[in-house]
Design a protein around this ligand. Structure first.
Ligand SMILES: [Mn+2]
Length: 349
């Protein structure tokens, strides 16, 4: 070997800093790391927290927080979900985002704002659901697609009802990811709870039973009586075992067709506990044997890319039970996959 015939390369560490002309102002708010100069909005997006600001912004999509967990059956903490999901990313922010999955710039032609939280206080569950309904209705009425950060799953009752009310009489189908059906008749004597929202939506007529499609069910709840009721309503569901047998993509294709069997638009509800607790530990009622996080992200892209999405929620992220922010980071990415799929449609149009 002829080592020594040339000089070794320079060790250039002393030249490794690309200094700006004006170091103080060389990075804008969106260039700074996510944790720096963070004003609390999702993806550092601009705020539009009231009807006037929403009208002025005319966004395509608006993030809404629903920090409510007074309806849980066991472990609480989802009231801190919106804050944790907004805070989950740690590196760079929205402006130049590039989706590797979809080879698209999500924000190039899609206007997204953060509409802030519904004005929820603790210990007043019914009021919390009412103000969530009003907040989501305000956002939908601005023409934006609301993407709601829960909160426990009870918030899907006021949220999906608000979207259905805005679209009325156009009917809305639902694709609902969850380990649990959440179609219980009541919860310790309360008609509202995180185990009952889907029954309320169907009984009140916001969503037709046959267009209510559930994906990922497993475990030991609800009981047979409730599944009998679901059958009577014409609900359709796809268990985790079916996904194991047939693969996620084929099952999701069926779920889309079933939700759109009549309606021409979809509300997407994602209970993070559909994902295996090994990948999403920070949730109130974990159930072993769930989807992989990559399967859920792919399913969100598949659905949002194929349908007219009119509303969405991501619920049951409970930061006190989380590990290494894994669940909040996943929930953030669930929202990002939806935003990216919406952005891609605009970019390709
Ligand atoms: Mn649920």
């Amino acid at each position: 070997m002829l080592h020594g015939m040339t000089d070794p390369p320079d060790f250039r560490i002393e030249n490794s800093e690309l200094r700006g002309e004006d170091e103080f102002s060389e990075f804008s708010n969106t260039d700074l790391p996510y944790y720096s100069d963070w004003h609390g909005s999702f993806e550092k997006l601009p705020w539009a927290t009231d009807v006037e600001a929403l009208a002025a912004a005319a966004p395509d999509v608006a993030i809404v927080g629903a920090p409510l967990d007074d309806a849980v059956s066991s472990r609480p903490g989802a009231r801190f979900g919106p804050r944790a999901i907004r805070m989950a990313p740690s590196a760079w922010s929205s402006e130049y985002a590039w989706s590797i999955q979809l080879a698209t710039e999500p924000y190039a032609n899609l206007k997204v704002v953060d509409a802030g939280d519904a004005p929820i206080v603790p210990a007043r569950l019914d009021r919390g659901l009412r103000v969530t309904h009003e907040k989501v209705f305000q956002v939908a009425s601005s023409g934006a697609i609301p993407i709601v950060l829960g909160g426990d799953h009870s918030i899907t009752y006021p949220s999906a009802a608000a979207v259905s009310r805005y679209r009325w009489p156009r009917k809305v189908g639902i694709v609902h990811f969850d380990a649990h059906a959440d179609t219980g008749p009541e919860q310790w004597g309360s008609l509202v709870g995180h185990g009952t929202p889907m029954r309320r939506l169907i009984e009140e007529g916001w969503i037709d039973g046959p267009n209510f499609v559930q994906v990922g069910l497993r475990g030991y709840w609800p009981e047979k009586e409730t599944f009998d009721w679901m059958n009577e309503q014409g609900l359709r569901w796809h268990t985790m075992v079916e996904m194991e047998d047939r693969g996620s993509e084929a099952v999701i294709a069926d779920a889309i067709a079933e939700a759109l069997d009549g309606p021409d638009c979809i509300y997407l509800s994602v209970d993070i506990d559909v994902v295996d607790p090994g990948m999403a530990p920070g949730t109130g009622t974990p159930e072993a044997g769930g989807m992989l996080s990559r399967e859920l992200l792919r399913a969100v892209r598949q659905i949002v890319g194929a349908v007219d999405l009119v509303g969405m929620d991501v619920v049951e992220v409970s930061p006190p039970y989380d590990q290494s922010e894994l669940t909040a980071i996943l929930a953030h990415r669930v929202v990002m996959e939806a935003i990216s799929a919406l952005g891609k449609k605009k970019n390709d149009a």
